[in-house]
Design a protein around this ligand. Structure first.
Ligand SMILES: Cc1ncc(COP(=O)(O)O)c(C=O)c1O
Ligand SMILES: Nc1ccccc1C(=O)C[C@H](N)C(=O)O
Length: 473
């Protein structure tokens, strides 16, 4: 690749064969893949948008790690939801819609929890579809971080955490009157220049701070490097030291198989706009292990709040049977649903549920992972096979061990090339994302990307590198 057109032709033939053999190839037709004309258009006005036609040239969209593509059935389901609202008004809360899998609005959250539970490996009662990622991290910390300045008060997180996670931790500490300088511990790798963290790096920091750490917040998959951490092993190690762990699964959910219950994870939160294709800013989710949300007292108990986990509460977390009684005693429903605050946006839940229907069609995340391993492995092989001239100016920083990554490969470019490479890729209708200062993240999503698109990417990338080299500032 990158030099010889024969190599490109061979790779394309190989990719075509892999696409033909792919048992999940059919799910691509479930998605709206932007065409090259749509991507090139500079205005979004309805009259200038190019109508999509299946014969049109499609863009190469490898950005599902940032925003997943729109499933075609999202429009169908949202229109059904809109019809219910238009024709029923408030009665939509209670009336099921004929000829549609959509539940009544009152049951929308429970139904969505049912769909998300297998994706994260939890029971339905351990998950709630609610709020957004950063909010959910705050809600979990408010419930499970109880600092004791003379005992456990520290929070451990990675040194290059996604800024929102870092801000959330810092502000939690300040909220409790603590200083990040004394109570925030960050993990970084002493060995890896790219800050790929070994399990040992993380365990060492836990060991050193074991006596006074209350909480650990870590990413299932690190957003920048694409590294998949060993969730069960790190969780077990933290538990041995009496530390509660919250996992941020933004980049892991819908990407790699998760078994949160079996791994004994304490709590986790995620967003749904990446591999779950819920749409920008769509409703998020959280997991609370059943042992952490036990409702030990019956609702008829004179002091029902005793025995309930401490939490920031709202009426939607109240038991359904008394939610509308308009009494002011909080009776949380057992499980993660008891952490809900407000009635959720049914528009959001409808959008997410439409995409989760496609996950069901595909046979779930385990099936998708089989394809994902092949797809990302193929992309890696193509990148490693590029010309020496190309390879001299980029390096894949994502672990090469497939068990330590999901779909994403992060490519570190030589300094000064990022802007030029992104411009050149966009000219060729190749959509990936940039993370300053020097990384592009490329994520073939098994629900809609093809092996042929991996070849198209590498071809465009080689041309982009050549062009960027010339214009490098
Ligand atoms: C790891 C991580 N944490 C937090 C966020 C912020 O999510 P949100 O804006 O949905 O709160 C994102 C993505 O934006 C993310 O990737
Ligand atoms: N929601 C967004 C809105 C605008 C720009 C980026 C995002 C992202 O989601 C970024 C993503 N969390 C990331 O890992 O880069």
């Amino acid at each position: 690749m990158g030099a010889s057109s024969i190599a490109v032709a061979e790779a394309r033939e190989q990719a075509k064969a892999l696409d033909r053999e792919d048992p999940l190839a059919f799910t691509r037709a479930e998605f709206n893949v932007p065409t090259t004309a749509q991507i090139a258009s500079t205005r979004l006005a309805e009259d200038s948008a190019t109508p999509e036609n299946d014969d049109d040239n499609k863009s190469v969209y490898l950005c599902g790690n940032s925003l997943g593509l729109q499933p075609k059935r999202t429009g169908t389901r949202i229109n059904q939801y809109l019809r219910t609202w238009a024709t029923q008004g408030v009665q939509g809360h209670f009336k099921p819609l004929a000829d549609s899998p959509l539940p009544t609005w009152l049951d929308a959250d429970a139904k969505a929890a049912e769909l998300i539970a297998p994706i994260v490996g939890a029971s339905e009662s351990e998950v709630a579809v609610m709020q957004t990622l950063t909010t959910n991290l705050h809600l979990l910390m408010s419930a499970f971080y109880h600092p004791d300045i003379n005992g456990r008060h520290k929070i451990i997180l990675e040194s290059r955490a996604f800024p929102s996670d870092h801000f959330a931790v810092e502000s939690q500490l300040r909220h409790h009157g603590l200083s990040p300088e004394t109570s925030m511990i960050t993990v970084q790798s002493p060995f890896s220049q790219d800050n790929v963290l070994s399990t040992y790096d993380i365990m060492s920091v836990i060991s050193t701070n074991a006596a006074d750490t209350a909480l650990i917040l870590l990413p299932g998959i690190q957003y920048y490097t694409g590294q998949l951490l060993d969730i069960p092993v790190i969780t077990a190690f933290a538990h041995k030291h009496g530390i509660f762990v919250i996992w941020d699964l933004a980049h892991a959910v819908g990407n790699v198989p998760l078994s949160l219950h079996a791994w004994d994870v304490d709590a986790a939160a995620w967003c749904t706009y990446k591999y779950l294709n819920g749409g920008p800013g769509c409703i998020g989710g959280l997991f609370v292990h059943e042992r952490n949300s036990l409702v030990t007292k019956a609702i008829t108990d004179p002091h029902p709040e005793e025995g309930y986990t401490n939490r920031l509460a709202g009426w939607w977390g109240n038991d359904k049977s008394t939610r509308f009684a308009m009494a002011n005693k909080f009776h949380p429903v057992g499980g993660a649903a008891g952490f809900q605050l407000s009635n959720p946006s049914v528009l959001d839940i409808t959008s997410l549920s439409a995409s989760l229907e496609v996950f069901q069609l595909a046979g779930g995340v385990k099936e998708l992972r089989k394809k994902s391993l092949k797809l990302t492995g193929f992309l890696e092989e193509l990148l490693n096979g590029m010309s020496e001239e190309d390879r001299a100016i980029f390096r894949i920083i994502t672990p090469s061990d497939p068990d330590q990554r999901g779909a994403q490969l992060s490519i570190l470019l030589e300094e000064g090339l990022l802007g030029g490479v992104m411009t050149e890729l966009e000219k060729r209708s190749v959509i990936v994302d940039e993370r300053k200062p020097d990384v592009i993240r490329v994520a073939p999503a098994p629900l809609y990307n093809t092996f042929e698109e991996c070849v198209a990417f590498v071809e465009a990338f080689s041309e982009a590198l050549a062009a960027a080299r010339k214009t490098k500032v």
